[in-house]
Design a protein around this ligand. Structure first.
Ligand SMILES: Cc1cc2nc3c(=O)[nH]c(=O)nc-3n(C[C@H](O)[C@H](O)[C@H](O)COP(=O)(O)OP(=O)(O)OC[C@H]3O[C@@H](n4cnc5c(N)ncnc54)[C@H](O)[C@@H]3O)c2cc1C
Length: 484
């Protein structure tokens, strides 16, 4: 163990107690093994688990003293993004800070610590505030945290309607890399409640969103809650082409219908099973298993009354009729009640079985306008086929279809070097095409996406570096991420 780390561990043990810090190699490696969303990760020298804000601040001060890089980690389900990039760093695991501090049903927010998981907060609300819902990530396993997902500006169960998780933040409590504590939004004023997100002047919250842990450690967040009405339903549509899928859903989304509108191609179904069991063509699958559409869109609908629910279903039907009248296909699908129930369970484990297909998988997410949703889907599918990757393509609406989040699900053999090479070769290839089309990575990795984006935004990169130098003079916060 390098000398600095040794001294750090000795002093940090006095802060958190010997049960909450470890340098055990197996445990350090086990953190790395959770890398699903980013496939490159480094091993930390130590894992430190503070119990509260004061302990976190004391650890940050020690890291400044010994120049130890910190990678903050809440649920760790963003994988490589929550792992160190530079050697001789620590993981600051926030798991013990798991208090749900306050729920305000009138101003409509919940205050949580970073260790509060999606499963925990969802269960808490069902029990204590059944008419309200916290915006938990839709498909992430229940162990993901509300704060980790909000910092990633993730995709919640209501993102189609309310926008990405970043929009749901009313305020943050942050320990800056220098050890100072700041609050954002109306929280910035002493004694004020976190009801107003934009704060007294320029908004600081944005500095921490998409920052991949480079700008500070969030120790508390006020996150908006939304009404959880009694009528919840799911309707699904079958299309032959991604263009029909795009145009039908775009018309529906422009009428601002649906809390969650998401779909993709037929490969979303078979790639949740072992590759060896899966028929290679849709015809074979339909013959052996059951009918699945070439392209599919799910519309999850929430309503306070039966009438409101019916009016949403009517809009979807009316818009489908227009597609059919124009010579396309947009057919409502019969859903098995069990399939509906699985989809409507929150938070769900729906995405986990992708690991069954080829042992490893990685979600590489892109943003584009919804009107490009068919084109991005076609490019994803074609390029994945070229790289011998099962062409699994998922899209979802953000902010009523103002944007599309497009996610090719790259399944690869994680037991072989070749599997990783194949995934990264595709990623590089797709990135080149995507940038020419004006499509953007929402969670750029430091190896492929950021170097490709850098020449497209020189002023932005320069300012970010300058800002980071003021904010974090010792360069201790997740260095290497976003090249800062
Ligand atoms: C099977 C599967 C399905 C998924 N489905 C979804 C989905 O439906 N929607 C969705 O949005 N995401 C999804 N994800 C992605 C990921 O799980 C989420 O973004 C996740 O919720 C992030 O939360 P976390 O607590 O795991 O964050 P972490 O991985 O701990 O952290 C996320 C980032 O924020 C930084 N960070 C963490 N905590 C702090 C802190 N306290 N202060 C400062 N920086 C911090 C980390 O360094 C990292 O860069 C899925 C992932 C998997 C594996």
């Amino acid at each position: 163990m390098p000398g600095n780390i040794e001294k750090f561990v000795e002093e940090a043990t006095k802060v958190v107690g010997s049960d909450h810090i470890t340098t055990n190699l197996a445990i350090r490696h086990s953190y790395m093994a959770r890398s699903v969303m980013g496939i490159r990760a480094g091993v930390a020298e130590a894992i430190v688990k503070p119990a509260n804000r004061d302990e976190t601040q004391a650890i940050v001060n020690l890291c400044n003293k010994y120049k130890i890089p910190i990678s903050p980690y809440s649920g760790g389900l963003s994988g490589g993004y929550a792992q160190p990039l530079k050697p001789e760093g620590i993981i600051l695991d926030m798991v013990r800070m798991d208090n749900i501090i306050e729920v305000d049903e009138d101003a409509r927010y919940v205050v949580v610590e970073p260790g509060v998981t999606a499963g925990q907060v969802w269960t808490y609300f069902r029990k204590h505030h059944p008419e309200w819902a916290p915006p938990v990530p839709d498909g992430a396993p229940p162990r993901a945290t509300l704060i980790g997902d909000a910092l990633e500006r993730g995709f919640s169960l209501v993102t189609s309607k309310y926008g990405p998780q970043g929009r749901m933040i009313n305020g943050l409590e942050v320990i800056l890399p220098r050890g100072d504590i700041i609050y954002t939004g109306s929280w910035a004023l002493k004694g004020f409640k976190p009801y107003y997100p934009w704060g007294p002047g320029p908004d600081f919250t944005g500095l921490f969103l998409g920052a991949q842990g480079t700008m500070g450690i969030i120790t508390k967040a006020a996150i908006r809650i939304i009404p959880h009405p009694p009528y919840i339903d799911l309707v699904a549509y079958d299309y032959d082409t991604p263009e029909d899928m795009q145009n039908h859903s775009m018309a529906v989304l422009k009428k601002e219908v649906g809390v969650m509108v998401q779909g993709g191609n037929w490969w979303l179904v078979p790639s949740r099973k072992d590759e060896r069991e899966v028929p290679k063509t849709i015809e074979e699958w339909r013959e052996k298993k059951y009918y699945i559409p070439e392209w599919l869109m799910n519309y999850e609908l929430w309503a306070h009354t039966e009438k409101e629910m019916q009016s949403q279903i009517d809009i979807i039907e009316e818009e489908a009729k227009k597609i059919v009248d124009a010579g396309g296909k947009a057919e409502p699908m019969e859903l098995h009640p069990r399939a509906k129930a699985v989809r409507l369970t929150k938070p769900n484990l729906i995405a986990v079985p992708y690991a069954m297909h080829r042992a490893g998988f990685v979600f590489i997410t892109w943003y584009c306008p919804w009107k490009d949703c068919a084109e991005i889907s076609r490019v994803s599918v074609e390029t994945m086929e070229k790289f011998d990757i099962p062409p699994v393509q998922w899209v979802a609406s953000i902010e009523q279809g103002r944007q599309c989040i497009s996610m090719p699900i790259i399944t690869f053999d994680s037991r072989t070097e070749k599997g990783y090479e194949q995934a990264e070769a595709w990623d590089k290839h797709f990135t080149k095409i995507a940038h020419k089309k004006g499509w953007m990575n929402y969670r750029p990795n430091a190896f492929i996406h950021w170097p490709a984006m850098r020449p497209l935004m020189p002023e932005y990169v320069k300012m970010l570096k300058e800002l980071k130098e003021i904010w974090d003079p010792n360069g201790i916060m997740h260095p290497g991420r976003l090249e800062v």
